[in-house]
Design a protein around this ligand. Structure first.
Ligand SMILES: *Cc1c(COP(=O)(O)O)cnc(C)c1O
Length: 385
């Protein structure tokens, strides 16, 4: 019999999601508003501000992380022809909304510790853009695979040049930097609850704002920008970006198991560290120091083929024959056909890690049997020539 597939990351329900959905059906709250939407927003607000309750956190639940990024750029007044700085090593959803607005993405390389926005290249880019006569409107920084970016350094540059940060925390719910939750470091933060993220609402996202007015403005834009009038009156272009009460019900159930699921993903990371401990040529990515706490949404390794004698592609294809899913890292945006004509500031870090990096199965629902299969398969691969 063919063994079942081991996925990179698959939805993992906690058990109470169905109750919240049933409640919504009972009350006929199926619309994109209702008690689950408000409840889910409150759950997220208290979770994100748990380190410091004086830290203002206001969450608007939206239909996707991409929608949240789009609205964040609008709220930062990004217009056609403006420039927006963006981490190149990321998922395309980080950069696409820049183009929705007709603005120009300026891509920035990663540093080697967290694989996120390189502060040195960022500053080089800002100086150069300003020297060219255009000051960028915003910086999109990403906590890739749940690893916090170099928050202090990025905040300092943001302040120095007075350019706000949009914090793409789509992969980093549950991660912290110096004890403070990811999602709360940018002028605006965004979260995703897509199917394979750390928690899922089947599809959904959120904007994390620093004050109530910004949250209200986001909700206004997300619900077709209706003016306060009984007839339908509009003075601005709006969007249909609100989360449904059904999806929010799934989110409420998922919030109850978030920290437990982060714990399971961190155990997967330890499992890989142990497995590759004595293997020269394979490095498991880990937090640079104790300031960083990673949710390990995905565990990633770097395969150095000149030492190992095999490439990451050899490993990926071998695992595929065992019905185990693994994937290369995100292909950097400046290497993408759709973005390759836009400016890029860097020195090869993103390209290198794209060539050597591999994401391994990391789901919170992986079992001991899955781990034992992973161990056997990987050891088999390491022994073959
Ligand atoms: C998933 C993801 C998004 C987009 O979120 P959706 O909810 O899928 O629209 C944005 N940025 C990053 C880094 C992501 O991984």
């Amino acid at each position: 019999m063919e063994e079942s597939k081991i996925w990179l990351s698959s939805p993992h329900m906690g058990g109470t999601e169905q109750d919240f959905i049933n409640e919504a059906f009972k009350e006929n709250w199926i619309a994109p508003l209702g008690p689950n939407v408000t409840g889910f927003e409150q759950d997220l607000e208290s979770y994100l501000s748990s380190y410091d309750s004086t830290n203002e956190v206001h969450v608007a639940a939206l239909s996707s992380g991409t929608a949240a990024l789009h609205l964040a750029l609008i709220l930062m007044d990004v217009k056609p022809g403006d420039e927006v700085l963006c981490q190149s090593m990321t998922f395309a959803a980080s950069a696409n909304p820049i183009r929705y607005l007709g603005a120009t993405p300026i891509f920035i390389d990663s540093e080697k510790d967290t694989l996120n926005l390189c502060p040195v290249q960022l500053e080089i880019a800002i100086k150069d853009r300003i020297a060219n006569g255009v000051k960028p409107k915003a910086i999109i920084a990403v906590h890739l695979y749940g690893m916090p970016y170099k928050v202090d350094e990025i905040v300092e540059i943001s302040k120095k040049y007075d350019i706000p940060v949009i914090e793409d925390s789509a992969e980093a719910l549950g991660s912290t930097y110096k004890g403070k939750k990811c999602g709360t470091f940018g002028k605006i933060g965004i979260l995703s609850f897509n199917g394979n993220k750390i928690i899922t609402t089947s599809g959904g996202g959120a904007m994390v704002a620093k004050n109530f007015d910004v949250k209200q403005k986001a909700i206004f834009l997300a619900t077709q920008a209706r003016d306060n009038a009984t007839h339908y009156q509009h003075s601005e272009i709006g969007y249909n970006y609100r989360l449904s009460n059904i999806s929010a019900g799934i989110g409420r159930g998922q919030m109850q198991v978030l920290d437990k699921h982060v714990g399971y993903r961190r155990e997967m990371n330890l499992f890989y560290k142990e497995l590759f401990k004595n293997i020269k040529g394979i490095k498991v990515y880990e937090e640079p120091n104790a300031d960083y706490f990673c949710n390990n949404w995905l565990s990633i390794i770097e395969v150095n083929s000149s030492i190992l004698g095999k490439t990451r592609e050899d490993l990926r294809l071998f695992l595929e024959t065992k019905n185990i899913e693994s994937r290369p890292l995100w292909k950097p945006m400046h290497m993408q056909p759709v973005f390759e004509d836009f400016p890029f500031y860097g020195n090869g870090v993103a390209e290198e890690i794209f060539n050597k990096g591999l994401c391994l199965p990391s789901g919170s629902n992986l079992t001991d049997a899955d781990r034992s299969r992973l161990k056997t398969s990987i050891n088999q691969f390491l022994k073959t020539n």
